[in-house]
Design a protein around this ligand. Sequence first.
Ligand code: DHE
Length: 494
Amino acid sequence: MRLARFFAVLGLFLACAPAMADDTSQLYLLHCQSCHGPDRLGGTGPALLPESLARIKRADVIDAIRNGRPASQMASFGSVLDASQIEALADYLHRSTARPPAWTDADIRASHRLLAHPEQLPATPQHGADPLNLFVVVEAGNHHVVILDGDRFEPLARFPSHFALHGGPKFSPDGRYVYFASRDGWVSVYDLHNLTMIAETRAGLNTRNLAVSSDGRWVLVGNYLPGGLVLLDARDLSFVKRIDTPLANGAPSRVSAVYTAPPRQSFIVALKDVQEVWELSYGASADFTPRRLPARDFLDDFSFTPDYRHLLATSRKAQGGQVIDLDTGRAIRDIALPGMPHLGSGIYWQRGDDWVFATPNISKGLISVLDMRTWQLIKEIPTEGPGFFMRSHRNSRYAWTDVFFGPNNDAVHLIDKQTLAVAHTLRPMPGKNAAHVEFTRDGRHLLLSVWDPDGALIVYDSHTLDEIKRIPMNKPSGKYNVGNKIAYAEGTSH
Ligand code: DHE
C-alpha cells in the first residue's frame, strides 16, 4: 500500500517537475536517437553536438523540435512534448556529451559509400549544356544543391546535400567532378557529366572545408572535431590517411581552412590553435609531410596572390593582417586592416597598370583596397554595413559586394573597379538579405542570391544591370561557375 502511494507521488512529481537532465537524456533516447544517433554524432539526421549547433540560435533549435523542418525528415514534436521538455532538450543538445566524441580511422572507413562507378559511366557530358558554363548552386535553406545550365538558366538537376554545406564546392581540374564538404563532416563527390552522386565519406564530426589538388588526385579535409586533416583519394573518396596537427590544450589543433596552391603543387593549411601555417606538397614526392612555417599569430583566414607566391592572412583575434612570402616562409608586411576582414572572400583586379586586392569586412561597413605591389592600403570604401562576399569578372566593370549584416542587408554595392567608388546600389528584393554573386564564364551575366526562405536566384545582365530571370529558392547561398573555378579566374573565389 505504502509502495503504491510512493509510486503515485513519484508519478505526480515526474509529470509536474520541469524536465531534468536525466529525464532529458531519456527523452533524447526515446525521440531523437533513431535519426541523430545514440551519441548525438548524427545518423540520417545531422549531429547534435554543441560544436554542430554553435551557429544555430537556441530559439531556432526549439522551433525545429516543436515544428519540425520543412522539406526534411525532421518531424514536429509539438504535440508529443510540452514546452518545458522541448526547452530542456534544446539545452541538453547544447551541452557536451558525457564522453568526448571520437571519430577514428575505422569510423571514416566504415562511413565510406560508393554509389556509382565512374568508369562505367559515359566520359562525356550527358546533359546537352555547356559543361564549362554550369553553375553549382547551394540551396542552404533546405540543404539541397541545384545544377544550373549557365546559358539558359534552367535547372538540370536538384538533389539533397548533407547538413550545412560550408566553403565553396571544389572541382576536379577538368570540371567533371564537384566535391562538397558539410559542417557535419560529410564529403561528397558528384559527377557533373552524368548528374549523379559517386561517393561520400564522413571525414570528421565537424568539418571546415576541403581542397582538391590541382592534379585531381587528392582531397584534403580540414576538421574542427576531432582537429586535424584527413586525406582522401579524389576518385572515390576512400580514406588515405589522417594527418595529425600539433596538440593544443591536449587535443589536435583545429584546422581553420585548407586551400590548394596549383603553381606550388601543394596544399596550404590554416591552423586555428597553433601559430603556424602548413604547406603539404602533393607534387612528385607526395608524402604529405608538412612544411611548418612559424607565424606571429593564430592565422585563420587566407587569400593568395595569383601566382601563389604570397599568402595574405588575418587572425580573427588580432587586428590587421600580414603578407607571408611562401618561398621564404617570412612575413614581409603587416597590412593595416581595421575590423574583421574576410580575406577568403577578397578578390583582385587590374586597375590602370597596377593590380589591387579588395576585401570585405565582417564587422565594419567598408571595403579595404590594397595595392598588390606595395601592400599599402589605398582606399577604404564605405558601405551600408558589414559584408561577407565579393565578386567580379575580367569582363565586368564592377566589383559586386553585399551588405550581409544589419538593417541594410538587402543592399548590394557595385564598385567601379577603376574609380574605387560605389557606382550603383541595388536592392533586388527590398527587406530581404541579398548576398553572394557569381558570373557566367564569359562575364555577360551574373547570378545573385536573395538569402531568404522566400528568396530567389536573380540573373542580371552584367553590363546593362537589367534583371533577366528570377528563380525562386529557399536561402540560396553560394553558387559556383565550373569554367571560372577550374581556370582560377580573376574575380572569383579560389
Ligand atoms: Fe564561411 C567560405 C570561414 C561563416 C558561407 N568561409 C569560407 C572560407 C572560409 C570561411 C575560410 C573559404 C574556404 C572555402 O571556400 O573552401 N565562414 C568562415 C568563418 O570563419 C565564419 C565567419 C564562421 C564559422 O563558424 O565558420 C564563416 N560562412 C559563414 C557563414 O555564416 C555563412 C554566411 C553561411 C554558412 O554557410 O555557414 C558562410 N563561407 C560561406 C560560403 C563560402 C564560405 C558560401 C564559399 C564562398 C565562395 O564564394 O567561395
